[in-house]
Design a protein around this ligand. Sequence first.
Ligand SMILES: [Zn+2]
Length: 333
Amino acid sequence: MNLSRPQQIFTAFVVFALAACASPSANTITTASDKIIETKRIALTFDDVPRMAGAFFTPEERTAKLISALEQAGVEQAAFFVTTGNLSEPDGLRGEERIAAYVAAGHVIANHSASHSHLRQTPAAAYLADIDTAEAWLKGRPGYRPWFRHPYLDEGGRDKAKRDAIRAGLAERGLRNGYVTADGSDWHLEALTIKAAEAGKPMDMKALRKLYLQTQLSGIDYHDVLAKRTLGRSPAHVMLLHETDLAAMFIGDLVTELRREGWTIITADEAFADPINTAMPDVPYSYGTLIGSMAWEQDIQPPFSPIWMSTDMASRIFERQVIKAQAPIESPQ
Ligand SMILES: [Zn+2]
């Protein structure tokens, strides 16, 4: 999942605004008694289900652990975005049962395409046909929601005609944009763990947990500040995660930390009912979080980006703190 080109654009956008000073928070609502209440709400969503095997578990073990962790954390309803083509991959074995298990646990499922293609690299008609293939599998199943999430959050890049063709195609199908408002590039951390495991490098799980929490919490905080500058309020956030072993291990810790910071975990249904759900920002390059595009459309100055949000920096920290030093090889006397 190399997102380097759009990330460069986004990074340029961030760097350009490094001199920006913080604007006052409008993250409040006023009750009849004029009592100010902070509103920090976020739903959890997991992409690419059934996703490839990770570094630590079989896909079936991961599903069981993730369901258990969400239940123990009191997460009532997360959304699982299904890439139906993964069902016929080796790691997708018994994927249908695993998806049904998420639904049986109270979670919902939605469309993440059949083949997980980049819209920028796919003709509009073929892209819509791919959505239809996934929809044919999904529609009518228990837990189904009529939401479509763009693979790679790619909404067409510079090709506005294609972007608009897909927006119209989704509307014709009764599908809504399964946008995200917050992202911490968890896929990158997962890729590092898979590479380390393949190389036989032992990992410090405490350091891995810490890095996972830092990257995800920083991503959420960054996007909430950007959202407040853009909307004048904190929206009901939609957090982009993937169905990873890291989520299975650490989602409970992430929920604990979020609550400690004043967040309420809400259902995906509640999050996607936010008024921003109809936003269709018109920006030069359609890609990424909805909040990022809405901010760009309005020329909003983004906040400072914490170092954890750079995948390069996350890689360096992973290498230095998570990879355990190997015992030195004894050289012959
Ligand atoms: Zn995806």
